[in-house]
Design a protein around this ligand. Structure first.
Ligand code: CP
Ligand code: NVA
Length: 335
């Protein structure tokens, strides 16, 4: 980061320098996350999440401010994708461009053509940060182990931390504050649910997850969520009735019933999750001003109806937009 602009002011017959602070400097010089791998929401403290959201909000005020071009000037992000993407790929690439850097896209399963340690070792010599979307969370951890540059999880089978940062930003924008809100997640206890559950509880929001009994959430994720709840004073509930979950909810959230890599289970999942569709009946049990959220891509008519996805309570496009701002905040703090 270049130094702040210096103006000169006539000060008591002497010329004294007047430093015009860049609004970004407090973040570009903040040490908390510098060089850190971002693998899970679980590994971020509430203070670190607040810092990322604060940075994102400042960057969002003027996303194309030429001054932002200094933040990642000359820096390169390698984006490794084992799975498809629209939002993650575009928002990381646009975000790096807006910060003055560049991003390059690599597609394909990792560890096939060459060992992951070798991929990480090579990338280290060329790029400044790595983002990876993987099937197994272990692949992200292996990249972290062997790469000296920071690694960001762009979705694994365990967590989707970038999505949660954008979602928390979106909820704050619509509801003013996260503390004390009631967030209901209806559907599959997947990567998106894991990250949101832990992130929301860390920020003091109550979180209720409604899922079929046969598709219980991961024990380790529930333990991490319970720890987050006990630290913040928020409440965690896991129920199997979607109506119970959405009563008094400020936020109703859902995601696909069949995540990438689970295609073989599609039929059994569609049957098991059918009672967990986010539709007008379910949303009518939430608070009248509740917002409806989905990380996208949505399967219209499956986990969510057109009426809810496109309806007045839906904030799904704000979430998608905020992927850009939240990830720019993250990049500003780690690069
Ligand atoms: N929500 C999300 O991660 O979208 P993509 O799969 O399109 O990146
Ligand atoms: N749970 C979904 C999220 C897609 C962004 C999946 O993993 O496919």
């Amino acid at each position: 980061m270049k130094s702040a602009k210096v103006a000169v002011k006539n000060f008591g017959n002497k010329l004294a320098p007047l430093v015009i602070a860049s609004p970004y400097q407090q973040f570009t010089s903040h040490p908390a996350l510098r060089g850190r791998d971002i693998t899970t929401v679980e590994a971020l403290s509430a203070e670190e999440i607040k810092l990322i959201l604060a940075c994102a909000k400042v960057l969002k005020l003027k996303p194309k401010d030429p001054a932002q071009k200094q933040i990642a000037e000359g820096k390169t992000l390698a984006m490794l994708f084992e799975k498809p993407s629209l939002r993650t790929r575009i928002t990381f690439e646009v975000g790096m461009n807006q910060l003055g850097g560049s991003a390059l896209f690599v597609e394909g399963k990792l560890g096939i053509r060459e060992a992951i340690c070798d991929v990480a070792g090579n990338l280290d010599r060329w790029v400044d940060v790595i983002m990876a979307r993987t099937f197994s969370h272990q692949t992200v951890l292996e990249l972290c182990k062997y790469a000296k540059v920071p690694v960001i999880n762009g979705l694994s089978d365990l967590e989707h931390p970038c999505q949660t940062l954008a979602d928390l930003l979106t909820i704050e924008e619509h509801k003013g504050s996260l503390k004390g809100l009631n967030i209901a997640y209806v559907g599959d206890a997947n990567n998106v649910a894991n990250s949101l559950m832990i992130g929301a509880l860390k920020m003091g929001a109550n979180f209720t997850l409604a899922c079929p009994a046969a598709f219980a959430p991961n024990d380790d994720m529930v333990a991490a969520a319970a720890k987050a709840a006990s630290e913040s004073g928020a409440k965690l509930k896991i129920v199997h009735d979607p109506v119970v979950a959405v009563q008094h909810a400020d936020v109703v959230y859902t995601d696909t019933w069949v995540s990438m890599g689970q295609e073989d289970e599609a039929e059994i999942r569609k049957q098991a999750f059918a009672p967990f569709q986010v539709n007008s009946t379910i949303v009518s049990y939430a608070k009248p001003d509740a917002i409806v959220m989905h990380c996208l891509p949505a399967h219209r008519g499956a986990e969510i109806t057109d009426e809810q996805l496109d309806g007045p309570q839906s904030v799904v496009l704000d979430q998608a937009e905020n992927r850009l701002h939240a990830q720019k905040g993250l990049l500003t703090l780690i690069l």
